[in-house]
Write a protein that binds this ligand. Structure first.
Ligand SMILES: N[C@@H](CCOP(=O)(O)O)C(=O)O
Length: 491
């Protein structure tokens, strides 16, 4: 009963939603999916009349059926009461002819907050009946790390270890993570890129020795990345919320289709939109917007996923990724839930760094997914153009999504704004022709340009001491996770 989730690589591996959230990733390396997702339909008439919190409940109750109504309502209340600086959680601003969905009003100024204020609540509820503790292992290219640290800080019976690529995140992202307080948190810079860190974290989840040690201490190892289904589900809500906005503004009638442009790295955000589509959200197209690491643009254009290329460090570091984990979930649905096919693709990816999908599947994907990529020079040009024309300052990731949206000719199109420009102040100012070297000074300067205050969580960085200074080799990650099993659970 309620064993509604299966692995993308094995349909016989069945779990309840609480179990799927606690496991994070399947023991066969696959990700948890709900095969019957397209049988769940969300009532758009209701969506358009309800608050964010009510819509969150309506969606979560369908996808997390083993949570009680009381549990879900409490989690949603705790997540979204007084933690966002705007009552509507994810407001929309019309910038020229694009509807920019601002997802950065949470505590750490990135879209990850929408899910990472809620996941700790869900995880606590799921843990309650198990007599176990959980240790979260998180790989981050910049934004997830801080949002996860903030969400899980001092949460009872849960510890968290975050790994970020050394000197490959923005200076503000670094400061956000390095100053994180909490008795249950550990933060490490790793010598490598995001893919190295994420691949090693995935390896540790499947490592027998590691799991043996964890089991002996009654600890579950799990994830706060979007490989965890509990991270993805809360993100579905804002796709419906933006639809509500367009209907309530009289831009569309209920039932009319809209398009979305999504700055994409690990493919979780755009996949949440696709889940909304499967649940009845009328969508014309999802545009997958990439930076110079355009492995997804190439895949969506040719059907060949090939990560054998140089990893490029860009001014949109959160998207500096060549292994987009959640594409696996799209392959599952687009292949007609063919777990053997997905497993073969993922085995090929692991062994050769690439895989190819059949023509008919590519056409099916292309019917719904468009794509485009923008390099750093162009990203800066977009930031400057948008500022000159509208006085709105976009962060580099948002500028990429915005540019792809504008080039798409779709209307109406919602472009997801995934982070506050303050997180990337130095590069944003540079795009505007202002050179400031120090990241804290740059935030102050940007505040003058934007004529608005620095977000609270970023403003206080100046006063916070650096607490985490360790820089480790990828091979040392296993050792520090073993240590964290002790260190994160001391009173
Ligand atoms: N862009 C991410 C990379 C990890 O993505 P996630 O959505 O799977 O957590 C980041 O900022 O860390």
């Amino acid at each position: 009963m309620n064993k509604v989730y299966v692995s993308t690589r094995d349909e016989n591996k069945k779990l309840s939603s609480k179990e799927a959230i606690l496991e994070g990733i399947s023991s066969d390396g696959g990700l948890f999916v709900w095969p019957e997702l397209d049988s769940v339909k969300i009532d758009l008439n209701k969506v358009c009349k309800q608050s964010y919190q009510e819509n969150a409940y309506m969606i979560l109750k369908e996808l997390l059926p083993d949570f009680s109504e009381e549990e879900l309502r409490e989690c949603i209340h705790n997540a979204y009461t007084n933690s966002f600086d705007t009552e509507d959680i994810t407001p929309i601003k019309k910038v020229d002819d694009v509807y920019v969905l601002e997802l950065f009003h949470g505590p750490t100024s990135a879209f990850k907050d929408v899910a990472l204020t809620l996941l700790p609540q869900l995880m606590q509820k799921a843990l309650q009946s198990t007599n176990q503790k959980a240790l979260i292992l998180t790989a981050t290219s910049g934004d997830t790390g801080k949002a996860a640290l903030c969400g899980f800080q001092d949460v009872k019976d849960i510890g968290i270890v975050v790994f970020y690529p050394h000197q490959k995140v923005s200076q503000i992202q670094y400061r956000q993570m390095a100053t994180q307080k909490g008795k249950n948190v550990k933060v490490y810079a790793v010598k490598g890129n995001f893919d190295d860190a994420q691949s090693q974290v995935k390896k540790l989840f499947l490592d027998d020795e590691m799991n043996g040690i964890a089991k002996s201490k009654q600890i579950l190892l799990t994830s706060a990345n979007s490989i965890n289904i509990g991270r993805l589900i809360p993100q579905i809500v804002y796709y419906f919320e933006s639809y509500k906005y367009l209907v309530n503004q009289g831009m569309i009638q209920i039932g009319e289709k809209v398009s979305f442009s999504v700055p994409t790295g690990n493919f979780g955000d755009v996949l949440a939109g696709y889940y909304g589509y499967l649940m009845g959200l009328p969508v014309e197209k999802f545009y997958v917007a990439s930076n110079a690491n355009h492995v997804l643009t190439d895949f969506l254009s040719t059907g060949i996923y090939d990560r054998n290329r140089d990893f490029i460090q860009t001014i949109s570091p959160s998207m500096d990724i060549l292994i987009s984990s959640n594409l696996e979930r799209l392959l599952y649905y687009m292949s007609g839930k063919d777990t053997a096919f997905v497993k073969k693709c993922m085995d090929d990816l692991k062994e050769t760094g690439k895989y190819q999908i059949p023509e008919d599947m590519l056409s099916k994907i292309q019917d719904l997914f468009g794509c485009g990529y923008v390099n750093d020079t162009e990203t800066k040009r977009v930031i400057l153009d948008v500022y000159e024309q509208t006085k709105v300052v976009l962060d580099p990731h948002t500028a990429i999504g915005y540019s792809v949206a504008q080039n798409s000719d779709e209307s109406p199109i919602v472009s997801l704004s995934t982070a506050s420009p303050y997180k990337f102040s130095i590069d944003v100012l540079d795009a505007l022709g202002i050179q400031v070297k120090d990241e804290l000074e740059a935030m102050k300067e940007l505040s003058k340009v934007c004529s608005d205050p620095i977000p609270k969580g970023l403003n206080e960085l100046e006063k916070l001491p650096i607490l985490h200074t360790d820089v480790i080799e990828i091979e040392e990650m296993k050792e520090v996770v073993s240590q964290a099993m002790e260190a994160c659970f001391h009173d």
